[in-house]
Each structure stands twice: as C-alpha cells, then as structure tokens.
Write a protein that binds this ligand. Structure first.
Ligand SMILES: [Zn+2]
Length: 109
C-alpha cells in the first residue's frame, strides 16, 4: 500500500475516515453507479439509496474501508429498519436477557 494511504488509518479513528475526501468521492461514485437501495431491491421495493455501505463490514480495517466492496442502501435499510422482515424475528432482548420476540428461534424451541 502507498504510504500516503496508510496515514488516515494511523492517525484517525475509523469514524473519521468517512469525512475524508477520498471516501466522499468513492461513496458518491457508488451511489451514482447503483442509485437504488440493494436490500429494498431484493424485496421488490424501489427506493433511492442515500448511503454507501461497506458489505461486508470493514471492521476498522483501513484496507477494507478503502478497497472493500460497497452496496447502496436507503436510510431505513442502513438503520436495520427492515431487518426483522428479512430474518423473520427481532433480536431484541428483555430485562432477563432472553429474546422477547415469540418468533425468535429461542422461544420457538
Ligand atoms: Zn432500502
């Protein structure tokens, strides 16, 4: 890797990487190439994407942040609003630490 590209990884927390011009350019390009939300598209919804999401997640790895694959998402998908639809149940847990959704496999067992 070019030393110039190592600098942000070493000097900035990963959340700051999103404010780098190189990321803004890449995210803009992603949304230009793939203007619709990938997850909505899978479910037959046509939704304009507003967020370039690392998929799989970069996990704080600058190499993956810069080079890893991206997908376009709408705000709702990025926030996991539809996650329950896809999985079929919620991962939310109650005060006792057990899943509260009756559809969760734990409760179905
Ligand atoms: Zn979506």
């Amino acid at each position: 890797m070019h030393p110039r590209n190592l600098a942000p990884a070493q000097t900035l927390p990963w959340r700051s990487w999103y404010s780098l011009q190189s990321w803004r350019t890449r995210a803009k390009h992603q949304l230009h190439e793939h203007p619709l939300c990938a997850l909505c598209d899978e479910q037959g919804r046509v939704t304009p994407a507003t967020i370039a999401d690392h998929h799989p997640r970069h996990g704080g790895d600058y190499n993956k942040f810069v080079l890893g694959p991206l997908r376009s998402l709408c705000r709702d998908c990025h926030q996991g609003v539809w996650a329950v639809d896809k999985r079929g149940y919620s991962h939310a847990v109650g005060d006792d630490g057990y899943p509260i959704d009756p559809r969760h496999p734990f409760n179905a067992a």
